[in-house]
Design a protein around this ligand. Structure first.
Ligand SMILES: [Zn+2]
Length: 458
């Protein structure tokens, strides 16, 4: 299937051959290729000159004097410039007779190609869902970061999505990912800024090189070869046997229905396991987080993120200010007032959660670590377990729990009141993937955690 460089090559070739030629007659041999009526197509185009040759994604745009002819080659569309004496092939479907005696013939074995007429400078309906051109300023870090951030699909699938970036097909997607050293199966949302920058750079470089390679073949085109734009770029991975860099056997797999080639040695698979740590107040979650951090792991702290977001000027503060003006005193958020307000009013609590949860989730999604822990106090109550691959529940018996809370100078009644608001331990246990009991010494807790980490790493 022709991709951006091939389409560009076809356009450049046609520009050299038929620029400013007028159409003197048209024969349509297979009607479905042309989207409007035969009569309108002919009436609109006969007498018009081919003036400018443009491309949008994989669409060819022939700007005539008064209107634009849009052509999509789909699977196997080709243009030939032939003498009128050349016999018509059974795959020639539309013939434009030119004022120099030559004919521009649209040939398409599969008959999937389409032609349409649009007003000059009209924003063509099919372009609405088309992403930016890979060479345009719009295909930049901010745009890509924003587009990829919630995409759990493989990066290969996203590169092929014409609404992300226009013009990339199966071959160049594989080549771009090889140059990025990223496994095509990697989750798109896990690319970090550096990798996104590399993607933008390599996309431009590879497509440009392909256009250059196509350009060098233009000179060798003769009318009998047809303007197919097909040429052999030096491919590094697509349909290659052994990696040109490390000589490992190139693997073939299928992603989104498309044959995909990658080097298992050079291309890194970006994946992530997210584990939530939960437990009631005083259960020892914080000690678990502290221990994991000490071991070098990243632990995302939902409470801390919540506090940060509510700092004056941050996104949470701004949203809360609008919804809970009664909790703002002299421009400052009265956190105590806010928490007692929502503690006693379920609907207001929901309002606050609807503000804060997406913001916290967004922060969580910014983390690309392969193994990511998060301390989520109300994991099951907030139904946040769906955002994690696994969860760990820390359980402490109530007597020890109350003892610990007393040391935090919390009254027994306050402690019980808080515990009662949470889901019962037995309910939590049903939902937990792993339970660690924290009823003994710190050393005992640490050795349980060590055992668990061994399990996870396996
Ligand atoms: Zn390799």
């Amino acid at each position: 299937m022709p991709e951006l460089p091939e389409v560009q090559t076809v356009l450049d070739t046609l520009a050299l051959r038929i620029k400013d030629r007028a159409i003197t007659d048209i024969r349509i041999l297979y009607k479905p290729i042309v989207s409007c009526s035969e009569k309108r197509f002919k009436q609109s185009l006969i007498g018009q000159h081919f003036r400018t040759f443009k491309r949008r994604g994989k669409y060819l745009l022939f700007e005539m004097d008064d209107l634009t002819l849009v052509s999509h080659l789909r699977m196997e569309g080709k243009y030939y410039i032939l003498d009128e004496k050349t016999p018509i092939s059974k795959h020639d479907h539309v013939i434009f007779v030119l004022d120099d005696g030559k004919q521009l013939r649209y040939n398409d074995v599969r008959k999937f190609g389409r032609m349409e007429l649009i007003e000059k400078d009209e924003e063509y309906e099919n372009f609405k869902d088309l992403g930016p051109e890979p060479f345009s300023d719009k295909f930049n870090l901010e745009y890509c970061r924003d587009y990829l951030k919630n995409k759990k699909t493989p990066i290969k699938t996203v590169l092929l999505d014409q609404s992300f970036v226009a013009g990339i097909g199966n071959i160049y997607a594989d080549e771009i990912l090889f140059a990025m050293k990223i496994d095509p199966r990697s989750r798109a949302d896990l690319l970090d800024d550096k990798e996104i920058r590399t993607m933008i750079h390599e996309t431009g470089r590879i497509l440009n090189e392909a256009i250059q390679a196509g350009g060098t073949t233009i000179r060798s085109y003769t009318s009998s070869l047809g303007v197919t734009g097909l040429f052999q770029l030096d491919l590094m991975v697509h349909t290659i046997d052994n990696c040109p860099i490390c000589h490992t056997k190139i693997q073939k797999t299928v992603i989104g229905g498309r044959g995909t080639y990658y080097c298992p040695n050079c291309q890194k698979l970006k994946k992530q396991t997210r584990i939530a740590i939960t437990g009631s107040i005083g259960s020892g979650k914080s000690e678990v987080s502290r221990y994991l951090r000490e071991k070098g792991y990243t632990v995302f702290d939902c409470d801390e993120e919540n506090r940060n977001l509510l700092e004056k000027g941050n996104a949470g503060y701004e949203a809360v200010k609008k919804t809970f003006p009664e909790c703002i005193n002299n421009g400052e958020l009265d956190k105590k007032a806010l928490s007692s307000l929502v503690f006693n009013d379920a609907s207001r609590k929901k309002e606050l959660e609807d503000i804060m949860h997406p913001l916290i989730l967004e922060r969580l999604n910014e983390h690309k670590e392969e193994l990511l822990f998060a301390e989520v106090p109300l994991l099951f109550e907030a139904r946040w377990d769906r955002y994690f691959d696994q969860n760990l529940l820390i359980v402490t018996n109530q007597k020890i729990l109350l003892e610990r809370l007393k040391n935090r100078s919390m009254s027994k009644s306050e402690a019980l009141r808080r515990l009662k608001k949470q889901m019962s331990v037995s309910e939590k246990k049903k939902r937990a993937d792993k339970i660690i009991y924290n009823n003994g010494s710190l050393q005992e807790l640490h050795s349980s955690l060590e055992e668990w980490l061994q399990e996870i790493r396996c």
